[in-house]
Design a binder for this molecule. Structure first.
Ligand code: ADP
Ligand code: MG
Length: 252
């Protein structure tokens, strides 16, 4: 038996008196696509940020591919090469073109030579359907296009795991589909993904599993169909019913 790709073991995190993560444990296997849902303020972003060490945990352990990545000896730069992150607000450099946004990390973080970085960046722009706009600046892009650049940039580091923190929440509704469609392609290609989203259509169609976080605890976890149709916890049912009304259940 090989190790899970990601193992989160009894993670605790407080801000002052507020215990945001109160003993979170779960595992992701290679190729798993897990949707993380929960009310605003329930610690979803904090949990993602703990995985790539943008936030430090108070106690517990996190392993990536069998290696402890939450300890004092972890090479955090190495960890972040292996864990790609996509943010709600894109985090693109506005003074750089789409291509340059992607080659920057390849050259600086990975030390890839210029011509090769360009080729690799172009491949990833193709993957998200933006090869024609490689030389455009973020201001020339729609929100959906910006987010596709953000995804291409994360993919260029060749990560083992991709974290998405509400990647479509800043988008006009008509632009959500182009981003979830890229994410679905990634899932089909076998990328391991942990996705915070309110897009329940994506959860139903692309997620292998879904977990519901509330009050710092994993309230419930299972296949999306099970959580939608026969949740064990009343809180899960209430939350998902509200969300499905607002964001659509998609077609199963
Ligand atoms: P979610 O992403 O589920 O909306 P967050 O993980 O962003 O939730 O936040 C969980 C709780 O932790 C919130 O109450 C938030 O105010 C608090 N929090 C998050 N980051 C910080 C921080 N850097 N300093 C203090 N409190 C924080
Ligand atoms: Mg959040």
């Amino acid at each position: 038996m090989s190790d899970p790709l990601l193992r989160v073991e009894d993670v605790h995190k407080s801000y002052g008196d507020e215990e945001v993560l109160n003993g979170i444990s779960f595992e992701l296997d290679r190729g798993d696509v897990e949707v993380l849902a929960g009310p605003s303020g329930s610690g979803k972003s904090t949990l993602l940020r703990c995985v790539n060490r943008l936030t430090e945990i108070d106690s517990g352990e996190i392993y990536l591919d069998g290696e402890l990545v939450s300890g004092p000896d972890t090479d955090v730069n190495e960890l972040r090469k292996q864990v790609g992150m996509v943010f709600q607000d894109f985090n693109l450099f506005l003074h750089l073109t789409a291509l340059e946004n992607i080659t920057l990390g390849l050259r600086r973080v990975k030390g890839v030579p210029k011509a090769e970085a360009r080729d690799r960046a172009m491949d990833h722009l193709k993957e998200v359907g933006l090869a024609d706009q490689a030389d455009s600046y973020p201001a020339e892009f729609s929100g959906g296009q910006k987010q596709r650049v953000g995804i291409a940039r994360a993919l260029a580091m060749d990560p083992k795991l991709m974290l998405f923190d509400e990647p479509t929440s800043a988008l006009d509704p008509e632009l959500v589909g182009e981003v979830t469609s890229v994410m679905r392609d990634l899932a089909d290609e076998g990328m391991t993904m942990l996705v915070v989203t309110h897009e329940m259509g994506f959860a139903r169609e692309a997620a292998s599993r879904m977990m519901f976080l509330a009050d710092g605890k994993l309230v419930e976890r299972g296949p999306p169909r099970q959580l939608f149709e026969s949740p064990e916890q009343p809180r899960t049912r209430q939350f998902l019913e509200r969300l499905t009304t607002m964001h659509g259940g998609g077609t199963p």
